[in-house]
Write a new protein. Structure first.
Length: 331
């Protein structure tokens, strides 16, 4: 059995046996055995009107800050559904002109822009091998890039040939993995978005976009909802608790990472309103204070807390706080 055939079989085995969060990384580690590279990226572009917007990415051996540095270096990139692209990235531009074919690029020979060259030196990118799918799969296309750091280690014709043979199977294997793990991506899954500090989305997995549109039906990329961004900025812990979503954010350099979870009834059957009441009561607030925070009447708070105590089988705020600390209720 030749190397490409064995690689293809191994990719399908990984897709069928790995969790959704681990699939891309395991596939790339296996790929690296036959195609050496220092770093890589698998990125998905979803269809929104006549534009393609990044909806997911797996970064392999590369820091998240590279995403924000790319935008500041390359400037605004516009990708249209008809396959045309406006970009300063020579490798990506060449790949979009020949979608479905892997393109090897010697960066220093394709641009004289000092900012792009400095960016590539900083992130150890002398050569790239890029492949962009030539058809939509579930309303998205996928771009895959491999990078080598040394000028003397160019991607040769055999690397392009291997990528052309195997990468279409990688796309199919990822779809198999998604279907097999679909049950894990439902009610309580946490999904991730990456954005600039000003709310410009870099990447958002498709599940995250769907969840965000449950909270803000009229919202669409490429910017975070203004209400969410304002809430995160005003909250000391950079959190947002909405009607349908709970969002936690953290800042890493110039990249904002948001973890989004659908709010649903807990295992004890608490509603979202009851959970909000329970958290505030556990913090020691009185009925009137809780009512003021939640913009409801004190009698409503009394009724909700009575239901909470009954469902959680607790009798006072001390016991309630203990249950919340144990993580039995998602506050």
């Amino acid at each position: 059995m030749d190397n490409s055939s064995k690689l293809i079989l191994d990719i399908y085995d990984i897709a069928q046996g790995s969790a959704a969060a681990a699939c891309n990384g395991e596939i790339l580690r296996r790929f690296r055995q036959d195609l050496s590279f220092e770093s890589a990226l698998i990125g998905d572009l979803g269809v929104f009107g006549d534009r393609l917007v990044p909806t997911g990415a797996h970064l392999h051996n590369m820091p998240a800050e590279r995403i924000s540095a790319r935008q500041s270096t390359m400037g605004e990139e516009l990708i249209l559904v008809n396959g045309t692209i406006k970009t300063s990235d020579p490798a990506l531009a060449a790949s979009f002109r020949r979608r479905g074919k892997s393109i090897a690029t010697d960066i220093a020979r394709t641009t004289v822009d000092p900012d792009i060259l400095a960016y590539c030196r900083k992130y150890e990118t002398a050569h790239s091998l890029t492949w962009v799918s030539d058809r939509l799969v579930q309303d998205r296309i996928t771009a895959i890039s491999f990078w080598r750091a040394q000028r003397r280690q160019a991607f040769l014709g055999n690397a392009e040939q291997l990528a052309n043979l195997v990468l279409p199977h990688l796309i199919q294997a990822r779809q198999i993995n998604v279907r097999l793990n679909a049950a894990r991506l439902q009610r309580h899954a946490t999904v991730t978005l990456l954005s600039s500090t000003h709310g410009r989305l870099y990447f958002a997995v498709e599940e995250a976009i769907a969840l965000m549109q449950e909270e803000w039906p009229q919202w669409s990329p490429p910017f975070l909802p203004a209400a969410l961004l304002a809430a995160l900025r005003s909250h000391p812990g950079m959190e947002y608790a909405g009607q349908r979503l709970h969002v936690r954010a953290r800042l890493e350099g110039a990249v904002l990472t948001l973890s989004v979870t659908r709010r649903s009834e807990s295992a004890h059957g608490l509603t979202a309103a009851e959970r909000r009441c329970a958290v505030l009561a556990a913090q020691g607030l009185q009925y009137k204070e809780i009512a003021g925070r939640l913009l409801v009447s004190p009698s409503t708070v009394r009724n909700q807390l009575s239901s909470v105590y009954r469902k959680l089988n607790v009798k006072n705020k001390t016991s309630l706080a203990r249950v919340l600390e144990l993580g039995e209720v998602d506050g």
